[in-house]
Ligand binder design. Structure first.
Ligand SMILES: *Cc1c(COP(=O)(O)O)cnc(C)c1O
Length: 390
């Protein structure tokens, strides 16, 4: 089913979904796709889901691609939600689950967003797509562009691990290395996109990556038999997944599949780049750019998020919090998950383990609460990057 409308997340403006769109033309804020949920709930029902394909496209009624032939899929999503009692015992919590995104195509949950975004780019007639990336978004964009026969241009910070460059080039994308961080790569990418007419797929700069990522919220509900956990810990860079899940919970409630109780959303960041944590603590509605951002968890090295106000809104409305962890805590969290449960997590996942340890110690999470940690990617892609700390 196609989206029926695109709504600005800041002003009242709405758009028809039939054209390639980036931000709101009035206020430069992200756009959200809206669906006819009355219609969707007639076929998207707990009992009809059982026999469907094991990918995020099982929720196609609430995803933007109208014609199934336009879906560019590599089997993204429908990842395991694993009880982790040994990790829980180590941390002092009774009901810890890990949503393990490491098995996604290209090794991270970026596959979800880019499957949706590149499918829509193609369906809307784009010939070339581009984005700036800290690594995983670039390889996912390149993979789905290859799948759809589109041209891809990826802009990466110069200090990125070689693996990401090799992988992204292997999918046939043009890679440009930029001095600085993802925000610097973003400026170069935006300028060239304007010049050449490429469709820009930077985080929240087009409306559909967040739609792919929101399927994590649908999966949690389905895997927990249409209930939601008490707490979700999410490693937050651009925040697409957190924002997407928050949108998913609202849609699920509107369709009558879950009640009004929401998980407390916890944005987890690294001490070397914690703009959301700082803004949360200071009570600000948005987050000013973080100077000199550093962390080995490259997915978290986002000094300025376009959707900062949406992340902060979801965290506050949910009664959640924002917490930062050190590089040493990230490494310890990653090793703890490996040693107790057999996950070789990405450092972003390790950051969530470390954050849970802190929140249990401070009493902000109680031992008997149900907690979902996100492991957003595979540790295999970070060997080069993490080796000096290991
Ligand atoms: C991009 C990325 C993140 C951050 O995701 P956002 O939704 O942009 O906040 C976390 N972990 C990994 C492995 C990533 O690639």
């Amino acid at each position: 089913m196609p989206a029926i409308r695109l709504d600005c997340t800041k002003c009242d403006r709405t758009y028809a979904p039939g054209a390639v769109m980036n931000l709101c033309l009035s206020c430069n804020a992200p756009l959200f796709a809206r669906y006819d949920l009355e219609q969707a709930r007639k076929t998207l029902r707990p009992d009809t889901l059982a026999g469907r394909e094991r990918s995020m496209w099982r929720y196609h009624e609430v995803l933007p691609v109208e014609d199934a032939a336009h879906r560019l899929s590599l089997g993204e999503g429908y990842t395991p939600l694993l009880p982790t009692p040994r990790l829980g015992a180590l941390l002092g919590a009774k009901r810890v689950l890990v949503k393990d995104e490491s098995g996604n195509p290209t090794g991270s949950f970026k596959a979800r967003g880019l499957s949706a975004a590149v499918s829509m780019a193609k369906a809307l007639g784009a010939k070339a797509v581009c984005l700036p990336s800290a690594g995983n978004a670039g390889s996912a964009l390149a993979a789905y562009a290859a799948r759809g026969g589109l041209e891809a241009h990826v802009f990466l910070p110069k200090d990125i691990a070689n693996l990401f460059v090799m992988e992204t080039r292997a999918y046939g994308a043009r890679v440009e290395m930029v001095e600085g961080l993802i925000t610097d790569a973003g400026r170069v990418c935006a300028a060239l996109a304007r010049e050449h007419g490429w469709y820009e797929c930077a985080t929240l700069k087009e409306p559909y990556r967040v739609e792919g990522k929101k399927t994590m919220g649908y999966e949690l509900a389905e895997q927990l038999d249409w209930t939601l956990p008490d707490v979700i810990l999410y490693p937050t860079g651009g925040g697409t997944g957190l924002i997407g899940m928050w949108k998913a919970f609202e849609e699920l409630e509107t369709m009558g599949f879950v009640g009004s109780k929401r998980p407390r959303m916890v944005a987890v960041q690294a001490e070397g780049c914690a703009p959301i944590v700082k803004a949360y603590v200071e009570g600000r509605p948005d987050a000013p750019p973080w100077p000199d951002a550093t962390t080995h968890a490259h997915g978290l090295r986002v000094p300025k998020a376009l959707g900062d106000f949406l992340i902060l809104r979801a965290v506050r409305e949910s009664g959640g919090t924002a917490v930062s962890v050190s590089e040493a805590e990230i490494v310890r969290g990653t090793k703890d998950a490996s040693a107790t449960e057999g996950f070789f997590m990405a450092p972003e996942g390790g950051a969530c383990v470390a954050a849970l340890r802190k929140l249990l110690a401070s009493g902000q999470v109680r031992p008997e609460e149900s907690v979902v940690l996100f492991n957003t990617g595979t540790g295999f892609k970070y060997v080069e990057n993490m080796a000096p700390l290991w």
